[in-house]
Design a protein around this ligand. Structure first.
Ligand code: PA5
Length: 328
């Protein structure tokens, strides 16, 4: 099992603008073709799959986190497979099925079995740099997925130059400030269970990224959710004894009135990004979550660089059998 140092994870997290800006190299990359695909499925798990949620918030894409394909998937559709390692059995199973059904398949990966499958069928792929844990390559992967997605639908999903320029400025402000706004927060959240909500599709994608980073880097129990949906169900499940800490990520200039929504027995925290273009604001929230997860790992004295349970799961008989057979 590969392990990485906390210093490496810090460097990769802070390099988010540069990762996004990097132009990936590709093989057989599709140019926009007509007719456009009928539907665009984007599959992937964990640190790779989260990028599918960002695509779905930006355009006509359907995120998919299963090992089976949807019944409707056919030759008129596209599949974009996202896997840093190229060895994730769920992603491989979906890709194999899609290739066998004549679906227009492309992918983003460092290689592995996914790279082999794509090359074998001359399917398009964008390449990621090797030598990182998948979650630390988020900027490379999302940047490549946004570029590929734009080609599939025939219009750009973002402006890489402007987004990465502004995000770089926001990151530099955080560094100059030595993360002083985040440090006390990390100390106050370190011992709590958390729920992170988004208030729109983009901030909900950022909330999923927070959950993943807090789980994997900080080994903290954390869930993600959506507001206002939670106010139609979850607020009834109040646990006054030991409520989880609720964090809301929002792109709105006015944070939602949490005490009013959740009830006066609990106070939540809201994070909004400085005004600007929505994707840039969302990526700033992602950066905050990544840094917070590393600060909380330090507070808790846990190793952010190793994820032994995930590594062990991938070696289980079930995972290996499904991987070998590409089964449903
Ligand atoms: O962060 C991680 O290491 C995991 O969440 C992985 O991203 C997940 O297991 C899928 O692996 P991959 O990204 O290589 O497809």
């Amino acid at each position: 099992m590969e392990t990485y140092t906390a210093k490496q994870l810090w460097e990769w997290a802070l390099a988010l603008p540069e990762q996004l800006a990097a132009e990936p190299s590709g093989r057989n990359v599709p140019s926009t073709s007509s007719p456009l695909p009928r539907r665009n499925l984007v599959c992937g798990m964990g640190g790779s799959g989260v990028s599918a949620q960002f695509l779905a918030a930006r355009g006509p894409f359907i995120p998919w986190r299963w090992a089976t394909t949807p019944d409707w998937l056919g030759a008129a559709d596209s599949l974009t497979a996202l896997s840093y390692s190229g060895e994730t059995f769920e992603t491989l199973a979906v890709t194999r099925k899609a290739l066998a059904s004549g679906v227009r398949v492309s992918g983003v990966t460092t290689g592995g079995e996914l790279g082999r499958l794509l090359d074998e069928r001359a399917a398009g792929r964008l390449e990621l740099p090797v030598g990182m844990p998948p979650r630390a390559a988020f900027g490379y992967l999302l940047g490549a997925a946004l570029r590929l997605g734009g080609r599939l639908i025939g219009e750009p999903l973002w402006d890489p130059v402007e987004v990465t320029r502004r995000l770089g400025e926001l990151r530099d402000d955080l560094v100059r400030d030595d993360f002083t706004s985040l440090r006390p927060l990390a100390a106050s959240l370190a011992g709590r269970r958390l729920v992170v909500y988004g208030t729109c599709p983009l901030s909900a994608a950022a909330a999923l990224r927070w959950k993943q980073q807090l789980n994997e880097n900080a080994k903290l129990h954390c869930w993600n959710g959506a507001l206002p949906e939670m106010s139609h169900n979850e607020i009834e499940a109040a646990d006054p004894g030991k409520p989880p800490r609720r964090v809301v990520l929002t792109l709105a200039d006015e944070p939602p009135p949490l005490d009013e929504i959740i009830g006066d027995h609990e106070v939540g925290l809201a994070f909004s990004a400085p005004p600007g273009e929505p994707l840039t604001r969302t990526l700033y929230l992602v950066l905050l979550g990544d840094l917070l997860s590393l600060l909380i790992a330090a507070e808790r004295g846990v190793d952010p660089g190793s994820i032994p349970r995930i590594a062990a799961f991938k070696q289980t008989g079930w995972a290996r059998r499904a991987y070998a057979q590409g089964e449903d």
